[in-house]
Write a protein that binds this ligand. Structure first.
Ligand code: GAR
Length: 184
């Protein structure tokens, strides 16, 4: 299979604005690296599932109970012939067994400049709360490969974003999404 035809699974847990950025990039022809073939959510009420449905992309919910062996996820990835997994706001930690099985075939978007504000407990709004508490002037987003160390895999891309003096975690999260995450 050529690089351009890689079938991509996007794994989500929530609102899915990063998924939407990928769907939009696919629609406008700026997603050159493959085709979104499947969306997997660990939450049955994730709005990301509606985004997948609206875009006509097959979607499945993988319940918490299935994470032990991750057998159901693997079966779905095989069924849809997935070559690359994109974690786009997927807030569950994958087992070392799973990440080694898909070595260099899982990438994640994280809302900070790794190695700042990353690792266990740093997800979603908590990342921006921590950045504001620390008083950093610059934050951003990172796309990286996923290995057995949480947010510890090789960095692929980063984009910096300025913190404004009056930022709240919510305003900072929105700016990091708009200026960095949805682009990289
Ligand atoms: C995004 O900011 C993403 O970077 C973050 O969760 C948010 C999900 O938003 N992911 C992490 O914190 C992973 N450690 P979305 O559902 O609208 O894409």
């Amino acid at each position: 299979m050529s690089q351009n035809n890689i079938r991509i699974a996007v794994m989500v847990s929530g609102g899915g604005t990063n998924l939407q950025a990928l769907i939009d990039a696919q629609k406008t022809g700026t997603l050159h690296s493959g085709t979104i073939a499947l969306v997997l959510s660990d939450k049955k009420d994730a709005y990301a599932l509606t985004r997948a449905k609206d875009a006509g992309i097959p979607a499945a919910v993988v319940a918490k109970a299935d994470y032990g062996s991750q057998a159901r996820i693997c079966a779905l990835l095989e069924e849809y012939r997935i070559g690359l997994i994109v974690l786009a706001g997927f807030l569950r930690i994958l087992s070392a067994d799973f990440t080694s099985r898909f070595d260099h075939r899982i990438i994640n978007i994280h809302p900070s400049l790794i190695p700042a504000f990353c690792g266990a407990g740093f997800y979603g709004l908590h990342v921006h709360e921590a950045a504001l508490r620390r008083g950093v002037r610059i934050t951003g987003a990172t796309v990286h490969y996923v290995n057995e160390i949480t947010d510890g895999g090789e960095i692929i891309l980063q984009k910096a974003v300025r913190v404004a003096p009056n930022d709240t975690p919510q305003t900072l999260q929105k700016r990091v999404m708009r200026l960095a995450e949805w682009k990289i």
